[in-house]
Design a binder for this molecule. Structure first.
Ligand SMILES: [Zn+2]
Length: 260
């Protein structure tokens, strides 16, 4: 592993051009949200340690694209929920993970080396993401996946010291979230609405929160229509209503998954 700190920040127009070219969801933001995103990108670039893992150069395109995806969930929350994210590691593609983890199927743990596109480490530990995956996810949100948002959702979950699928919530909101988790994960039957989430969501509460968060930002209308209670709970936590945003039509956006 070798890394470097940012020597200087890219200028305003360069940041905007990289976001325009590579971060499809940014086009759905209001003018105020877009300038908030820009400010958060600069803050994340200067306040986090960015490290290259393996054969990749951390160009402005790589840094700004990853930072902009990291900024989307915290447009209203602010960067405080990322206070335990000291470092963001970027690798060219998948790499082998050697830790014990949940999966490959529900209720199973494995310590077999497994190719992963991203990881989140508890406490002050880093996140790591594959640039190939992050770039594809950033361009094609209609696929419903976003490795950067997924790994940072794990860090938000871990912010209170527990990896339990529960973000920092208190009072009624916390009770409501625990009831929702129980309803979604402690049942044997499959519901039609489950198709709105990748099956990996149902591995455990932590993956449920991470996958639900990805879906909330990437295919929000699908999630809102399938699981309105879950959509509303995530909307209350993140302070956003992404289903109300409209993804511009482009050749890359499949009509079947455009917001209605
Ligand atoms: Zn995960």
């Amino acid at each position: 592993m070798w890394g470097r700190r940012r020597r200087e920040l890219p200028d305003h127009d360069e940041v905007e051009a990289i976001i325009d070219a590579g971060v499809t969801l940014a086009a759905t933001l209001s003018t105020a949200e877009r300038s908030g995103l820009h400010a958060l990108v600069l803050e994340l670039l200067s306040s986090k340690r960015w490290e290259a893992v393996g054969a990749i150069e951390l160009t402005d395109e790589v840094l700004v694209t990853v930072a902009a995806n990291a900024a989307l969930p915290i447009l209203e929350l602010g960067s405080g929920v990322y206070r335990n994210v000291a470092s963001i590691l970027v690798q060219p593609g998948t790499r082998l993970s050697h830790g014990v983890r949940a999966g490959p199927s529900v209720g199973v743990v494995s310590d077999e080396p497994m190719p992963v596109v991203g990881e989140a480490t508890p406490n002050q530990g880093p996140i790591s993401v594959s640039w190939a995956q992050a770039r594809a996810d950033s361009l094609h949100p209609q696929e419903g996946r976003n490795v950067v948002i997924h790994e940072l959702a794990h860090k938000i979950d871990m912010a209170d010291g527990y990896t339990d699928g529960t973000p920092p919530l208190s009072g009624t909101a916390a009770k409501r979230w625990h009831a929702l988790l129980a309803d979604e994960l402690e049942r044997a039957e499959v519901r039609a609405s489950d198709a709105a989430l990748r099956p990996y969501a149902f591995t455990n509460p932590a993956e449920f929160f991470a996958v639900a968060t990805e879906t909330f930002f990437c295919t929000p209308a699908v999630l809102r229509d399938a699981k309105p209670d879950l959509y509303e709970a995530l909307g209350a936590f993140y302070g956003q209503d992404p289903a109300a945003r409209v993804l511009p039509e482009s050749p890359g956006n499949s009509p079947s998954t455009s917001p209605r």
